[in-house]
Design a binder for this molecule. Structure first.
Ligand code: AMP
Ligand code: MG
Length: 480
């Protein structure tokens, strides 16, 4: 049954970095979601096999041809605390090569116990896998790098989380699952040769352009940092709060990974945090840039022996790169924010214009996404507060600044989504699909999210934020 064109390379790395592990058998597997367009895009061959076989493969009951299933080792700083982790509930089936010669990991998440499971059950709940499917696809269609979701298969075997829940397996696609935490693990628990092998592997797979650089580890640090800057700027552009930016949840490829407690901000408030366990707001909307550099510094620490055998020299060289983070981030962030109001060549006075808008929307508790939709489409009345004098003054000043150049609206339309995965709609779609077998709210939501930058009044309900009480009390959860 050749559904994937596997060419597995990670399993040729030193064996310290993984365990050969077979997925657990699931009872009564049912295909809940299958991403046809992603399958087609990746040339995953589903035509030659029947649905039953496909379901069994995507829940881990049947191994596809040429799979070398492994659980990957990694560690990570979780909320600042260093822990040994590893794939405790995921198995990499192999690396699939598309017709365009792109290499992607095919991973099953929720596939059962592995040597890294610690006290966990290796399972995932159906609702949390539907959540990951929705958010990862939403982020993808917003043109932000991310792992993707090929399928969700439910099983009758329960997952106990205070009470029994339906379990499920998600098939996750990623450029790779090499994390900052993978390097931390290699640095702290493996030989120097293994760390070197991981570096060589990562560079060959993701950044072949630096293979011959004099200090390749330093070039890698710079490239990974740049990718993370772009990623966080993009998240902030669309009001995305990742919610669990632990170092094990940061991929060196620069893709978004781990859709546990994430959510999109509704009301603009930079200190917004939804995660139930993030008591001190470590991963709040406005803290994401600071956490990213904290994580990249942990990455740099892991690379030190590869930068120079003299630790002090290595630290100095790494610092030169890390010290440039702040100014690069600030520049990219400001450029992005100016794009949101249609300004492509900002002048000094524009800082004040932008600052005034953000302070106004914060003061009036305006919806972040709809603020910019309102500016692009003034005819749709989305924000009551825009009727206030302060906003009218701001809009007059802004119009004076941007004029009627068609490029303004064009820039705004490329940068401001009309549709985001609103918290209340995500919850409703998950509940209806997982508990009532009703896929209509899910399908409607996904149809809007697939074209997030296109105004389509057929989906006008999806533009509405939840009510204030819902928004203020909304909580998300990790690892369910
Ligand atoms: P996450 O919160 O998904 O980033 O997971 C952090 C770590 O906990 C990873 O090593 C996971 O593999 C592990 N983990 C999370 N949930 C489970 C579970 N139900 N069973 C075993 N390991 C788990
Ligand atoms: Mg994780």
């Amino acid at each position: 049954m050749k559904i994937f064109s596997f060419n597995n390379t990670y399993s040729s790395l030193p064996t310290e970095l993984f365990h050969n592990t077979i997925p657990e058998q699931k009872e009564n597997p049912q295909m809940v979601l299958f991403n046809n367009s992603l399958a087609a895009e990746l040339n995953i061959n589903t035509e030659s096999i029947n649905k039953n076989m496909l379901t069994n493969i995507l829940c881990g009951n049947t191994l596809p041809e040429q799979s070398t299933p492994i659980a990957q080792a990694y560690s990570g700083h979780q909320f600042g605390q260093y822990t040994v982790l590893g794939d405790g509930r995921a198995i990499l089936l192999g690396e699939h090569i598309t017709q365009k010669n792109k290499r992607v990991d095919i991973q099953l998440k929720g596939s059962g116990i592995t040597p890294y499971s610690r006290r966990g059950d290796g399972k995932a709940t159906l609702s949390s896998m539907i959540r990951e499917y929705i958010y990862s696809e939403a982020i993808h269609f917003l043109n932000i790098p991310t792992t993707r979701s090929l399928s969700v298969v439910s099983a009758s075997t329960p997952a106990y989380r205070e009470q029994p829940h339906k379990s499920a397996v998600l098939c996750r696609i990623a450029d790779s699952h090499i994390r900052v935490g993978t390097f931390q693990y290699a640095r702290n628990f493996c030989t120097h040769e293994t760390l070197q092998a991981l570096l060589n592997y990562t560079i060959k797979r993701h950044f072949p352009e630096i293979i011959n650089h004099e200090i390749a580890a330093l070039s890698l640090l710079k490239l990974v940092m740049d990718k993370q800057i772009d990623l966080i700027v993009n998240w902030m552009r669309v009001g995305f709060i990742h919610g669990v930016m632990n170092t094990d949840n940061m991929l060196v490829s620069g893709e978004t990974i781990d859709y546990g407690p994430c959510a999109f901000m509704n009301t603009y408030n930079p200190s917004t945090v939804f995660s139930s366990i993030d008591e001190y707001g470590r991963y709040a909307y406005e803290n994401q840039p600071g956490i990213a550099i904290w994580n990249i510094t942990r990455f740099a620490e892991s690379l030190l022996p590869l930068i120079n055998s003299n630790n002090n020299i290595a630290i100095e060289k790494a610092k030169e790169i890390l010290n440039s983070y702040e100014s690069i981030f600030k520049n990219k962030f400001l450029t992005m924010m100016f794009h949101k109001i249609g300004i492509t060549s900002p002048e000094k006075e524009d800082n004040q214009l932008l600052g005034k808008l953000t302070s106004l929307i914060e003061k009036h508790k305006a919806d972040f996404t709809n603020t910019f939709v309102q500016l692009m489409y003034p005819e749709i009345e989305l924000n009551e507060c825009f009727k206030q004098q302060e906003f009218k003054v701001w809009i007059t000043n802004w119009k004076k600044r941007v004029g009627d150049n068609p490029c303004v609206l064009k820039t705004m339309k490329l940068n401001n989504p009309v549709f985001i995965a609103r918290t209340h709609l995500v919850e409703n779609a998950i509940t209806e699909l997982s508990q009532n077998n009703n896929n209509e709210p899910f399908n409607t939501l996904m149809s809007a999210l697939e074209k997030p930058y296109t105004l389509n009044m057929n989906y006008h309900n999806i533009m509405n934020p939840p009510n204030e009480a819902f928004d203020n009390s909304y909580k998300t959860y990790c690892g369910t």
